[in-house]
Design a protein around this ligand. Structure first.
Ligand code: HEM
Length: 379
């Protein structure tokens, strides 16, 4: 009754059919049969983005982006307002999970050769989204203005400063001065709450528009893909949406459980005069950070700077027609080697400059992550 009244109200004023038909077509549009659970990671990245925006808005109510107030305002959020601590934890864990989801989604599209013609642009925008998600993490990390954040940002911006030619300029632009300080906080804040969310919003919109417009890829070779007929495919609604719903609830469960059981500590307020020992970046920058230890600074930064470039040009380098992973031995071998090297470097990075106990023996890991057993005398 009420529904009819509302529809009539709109129908008398707007050409509702002109909008309704394309929307219904999108909902009914069949997806290729090979679309399954692995094809839910893109939507989960989207869900985490939405969750970040919503929890971010709530945090903004009390957060103050100044050198003198930032730390105290986060402390206030964690102790005073109703469920403030939970929103902060969901936001912090959500950032980590979003980076993880986007990375897994990128790996899925790599394995299924989805970057090949005609979806090169979808991949290119995806690489942009991946980089922006990392910058999101980097800028957000500084906002609580604690010791770890302050010094990780100092090291991070120092690395950018090593780029020949533009490095010094980029470093000063990021810091807003010679050292990390209140100016840096303002700049990171503006990037984190205005520039990046809106840029990501429009880019994600365009990315998904392309996916819907060009249809999801099958494992058929380039040029052999056919338009999916309703009788051959699976409907987006309800079949695929139901799968996404299941993954969504699992992810939400993981997000909330981690937020409650493994909360991020706030630590101590940033002190530019006291450098803590063993400053390390977040896990997603760890492979890069550790790799830099093996090369002279400038050479290392240049070499690692090639990685995004490599991702951007990849669809134009791998021009083979096959999409099936088993029919692409070269790109799959390259992908697996990259994956193993990244995990290996990340693990070494985490272990470096720490003491660990393995099977009752204590090992000291040096700056390169090489273990040295600690003798009883030293203990
Ligand atoms: C915020 C980040 C991102 C969001 C929200 C997002 C969202 C999505 C969604 C919803 C889909 C369709 C479902 C699926 O395949 O899972 C998709 C497809 C796709 N995405 Fe992303 N994506 C993101 C990042 C990326 C990245 C980093 C890449 C690669 C560098 C990428 C490359 C692709 C490609 C090539 C497709 C087409 C897949 C196919 O046709 O099989 N995306 N994306």
């Amino acid at each position: 009754m009420l529904k009819n009244m509302v529809s009539r109200w709109f129908e008398e004023r707007f050409d509702v059919q002109a909008v309704k038909e394309p929307l219904e077509y999108q909902l009914r549009k069949p997806l290729p049969r090979n679309i399954g659970w692995f094809h839910t990671f893109g939507s989960m990245s989207l869900f985490l983005f939405v969750s970040q925006v919503l929890t971010g808005i709530l945090l903004l109510i009390y957060y103050r982006p100044t050198e003198g107030e930032a730390f105290e305002s986060v402390k206030f959020i964690m102790t005073q307002p109703y469920a403030g601590w939970l929103f902060r934890q969901v936001h912090a864990w959500g950032a980590n999970l979003m980076i993880l989801m986007v990375t897994i989604h990128m790996m899925r599209t790599y394995v299924t050769g989805s970057y090949k013609k005609p979806r090169e642009l979808t991949w290119l925008i995806g690489v942009g989204l991946f980089m922006m998600t990392l910058v999101f993490g980097f800028t957000g990390y500084l906002l609580p203005w604690n010791q770890l954040a302050y010094w990780a940002t100092t090291v991070g911006t120092e690395i950018a400063g090593a780029v020949p030619g533009i490095g010094e300029f980029a470093k000063t632009l990021m810091r807003g001065g010679v050292n990390v300080g209140g100016e840096t906080l303002s700049r990171f804040f503006v990037l984190h709450v205005i520039v990046l969310p809106w840029a990501l919003f429009f880019l994600i919109g365009f990315h998904i528009f392309l996916v819907r417009f060009q249809e999801m890829s099958t494992l058929d070779a380039v040029g052999e893909e056919k338009k999916t007929k309703p009788e051959d495919g699976i409907p987006f609604f309800p079949d695929h949406l139901l799968k996404e719903g299941v993954v969504f609830f699992v992810l939400m469960g993981v997000l909330i459980t981690l937020s409650i059981l493994a909360p991020f500590e706030l630590g101590e307020k940033a002190n530019p005069l006291s450098t803590p020992v063993g400053i390390k970046p977040e896990w997603y920058f760890m492979p890069m950070y550790h790799a830099l230890k093996y090369f002279p600074k400038v050479f290392g930064v240049l070499l690692l700077g090639m990685a995004p470039l490599f991702l951007f040009i990849w669809p134009f380098v791998d021009r083979g027609r096959n999409r099936h992973p088993l029919k692409r031995p070269v790109s799959m071998t390259l992908g697996i080697i990259t994956f193993v090297v990244v995990i290996f470097l990340g693990t070494l990075g985490c272990l470096s400059e720490s003491k660990q106990n393995f099977f009752g023996k204590v090992y000291e890991f040096d700056i390169y992550g090489v273990p040295h057993q600690v003798t009883e005398q030293k203990l």
